[in-house]
Unconditional design. Structure first.
Length: 205
């Protein structure tokens, strides 16, 4: 299988799984609903955010528009970079790691660009696909669907600890999605396994 096809297949697989899960969440759950998967440390918890990975937000509606436009530019740049790497017959792991990052960015861009147009909101009832009155928002202002929650440690700081004693503590508290996971996995894979290639020549494996 050619390097180009490997990249395309990886991107498509991530997008299909990411969007399939998000569509199911939107059409079967309302905001705040959750299901335990493995005890209390892996929970499907439906939430939406206007911002970056792991629910980070900034600058209100202007920040949302800026982020959506930035994603489009970044995806185009990453796509062109992958195209150049494939032409150069670059290291397979390098291309696939960057492809995972691109797929994650596209997955969240789809939410931002189109979910506000095709879904009703999920506040009081499950969202309707293509509602008669139109979606809950405009183009590029949709919310990103998050659902993966891993509160592996859910406890309270001991009273004797200065400043934080008695306060509630959760690790890991952000709620994220498969697209976020693809981006994070791709970045860590590149930093750990492809660092020498990134800093040196893109030699074929």
């Amino acid at each position: 299988m050619s390097l180009r096809n490997k990249s395309i297949i990886l991107i498509l697989l991530i997008l299909v799984f990411d969007q399939a899960v998000k569509f199911w969440i939107k059409t079967h759950m309302t905001i705040g609903d959750e299901y335990g998967v493995f005890g209390n440390w892996f929970i499907i918890h439906f939430t939406e955010n206007n911002g970056m990975a792991f629910g980070i937000e900034f600058w209100g509606k202007f920040g949302k528009l800026f982020l959506s436009l930035f994603r489009i530019v970044a995806i185009c740049a990453i796509g062109y970079y992958i195209y150049q790497l494939v032409k150069q017959k670059a290291n397979t792991g390098l291309v696939l790691g960057i492809s995972a990052i691109m797929a994650g960015a596209i997955g969240n861009l789809i939410d931002s660009a189109f979910y506000g147009l095709i879904f009703s909101d999920s506040l009081s009832e499950t969202a309707k696909l293509f509602p008669a009155g139109g979606g809950y928002s405009s183009f590029l202002h949709g919310k990103v669907v998050d659902m993966l929650y891993f509160p592996i440690i859910n406890t309270t700081y001991p009273e004797w600890i200065p400043w934080v004693g008695g306060q509630h503590f959760v690790f890991f508290s952000p709620v994220f999605n498969l697209a976020d996971s693809a981006i994070t996995t791709g970045v860590f894979y590149l930093l750990i396994f492809q660092r020498r290639v990134l800093l040196g020549k893109h030699e074929e494996e």
